[in-house]
Design a binder for this molecule. Sequence first.
Ligand SMILES: Cc1cc2nc3c(=O)[nH]c(=O)nc-3n(C[C@H](O)[C@H](O)[C@H](O)COP(=O)(O)OP(=O)(O)OC[C@H]3O[C@@H](n4cnc5c(N)ncnc54)[C@H](O)[C@@H]3O)c2cc1C
Length: 447
Amino acid sequence: MNIANWGNYPRIKSHLFSNVTLDEVPELTTHKKDLIVRGNGRSCGDSSLNKNAILNLSKVKFNKKGMIYNYIDHELLVNSSASIGEVLDNYSLKNIILPVIPGSRIISVGGAIAADIHGKNHYLNGSLVNHVRCLDILTASGELITATPKENSDLFYATCGGMGLTGIIVSAGIRMTNTETSVLKQQISLCENIDKLIEESQNHRSSEYFSAWVDLSSTRTHGRGVVISGNFASARELLDHDVAYLETAYSNSLLTVPFYLSSKLFNHLSVKALDRLYYHMQKHKRRRAQFTGLNSFFFPMDAVKHWNRLYGRRGFIQYQFVVPDSDVLKQIIFLVKRERLYSTMGSLKIFGEQNRQYGSLSFPMKGYSLSMDFKLTPNLFKVLDYIDEIVAESSGRVYLAKDSRMKAEVFRKMYGRAVDEFLEVKAKYDPCNRFNSLLAERLCLKL
Ligand SMILES: Cc1cc2nc3c(=O)[nH]c(=O)nc-3n(C[C@H](O)[C@H](O)[C@H](O)COP(=O)(O)OP(=O)(O)OC[C@H]3O[C@@H](n4cnc5c(N)ncnc54)[C@H](O)[C@@H]3O)c2cc1C
């Protein structure tokens, strides 16, 4: 069958083994020589693609929900096939939430751990690996190994952020966070240029969550943007403001893109118009703090089903990097504008310190992270190759979960000795390279 991830690029022919049961997994893992596991295909690049075999474990559940919560230890034991949204639907109204929440509820827990995801609170909570207590991993030999930060720690750290190349995460134990309510108090502010945006990002470090939308098409200003910060509201605040509204279960997306649009609709005029509209729409919201639910705060894009079809059949590239220095961030924004690579999705996050463990390929590091979506155009890869070099020179890195085009040499420069350490762990648990993907082939992440 033809298969692609969320970016719809690349699209390949492969054999998809869906709804595999736990009994079938060891046999499939040991008999297929070359395979990759797939969660919900929300990575934008080629990390869960393999031309030979792709396994999907959505049937593997130890109970109906696929998760159990231990109220004493605050630990959620969850199957890797459960989605972030399912976890939140089951526990957020009990004021128990995931410590790290990504920008889509459809991502699977296995995919989230394999990418070691970050949220809008990285500067406070770090990435997901900091909250994972244990993993059950099915390795290439067919053996189910329990890995924790202390026991089989090499396998644990190489798997969190290891993009499915060390084995199959079957289940995980995650320490959850308690909140007073499940309602967020959100604050919006406008910044007329990138310097103000960077300044604001420093002022908001006391907020539990921070992210900013960056206007990458405005010619009048350089990098103006909208800062969205938030905290979980206290019960007192809800009473004082008479907030009767509590978001319950997720309601299905209101809007849908029913078919692939022509990519011609996505041009510099339409992107500019959309960016201007969005910026001005935020103006009336900025004065007052608003109370809002989890889904609208964390997952605004999920409100539009199949939004990836807006870029047309050829798909799009999502490019996310992190750099330690704000001057490099400004330089890259300038370059993107100069090369007229229009993106309506400039999303800025702030990362805090990240302890790097042996064998870990986790993306986050202290600095500024910008994510952008680009329609495929003839000069796109050339410009991104050039930006890769700038990122690597400044000791930054590109996010593997969104990558489908980076070159192996520049990847080596960015991730340095972490690549050798990772390959050492892989040699121990997967000496015959059973777990392999297009990403691993392209970046030489194989033995
Ligand atoms: C709208 C949107 C918003 C996003 N926001 C964020 C964000 O805020 N922060 C962030 O960090 N990322 C974000 N992402 C990226 C996303 O979190 C990662 O790409 C994640 O890996 C996707 O998970 P998935 O279940 O869809 O996995 P897939 O795309 O199916 O797989 C991704 C990787 O995980 C591996 N994998 C999947 N399941 C398993 C398993 N059971 N065992 C071992 N490996 C496995 C695959 O082999 C592959 O390498 C976003 C993506 C989208 C589309």
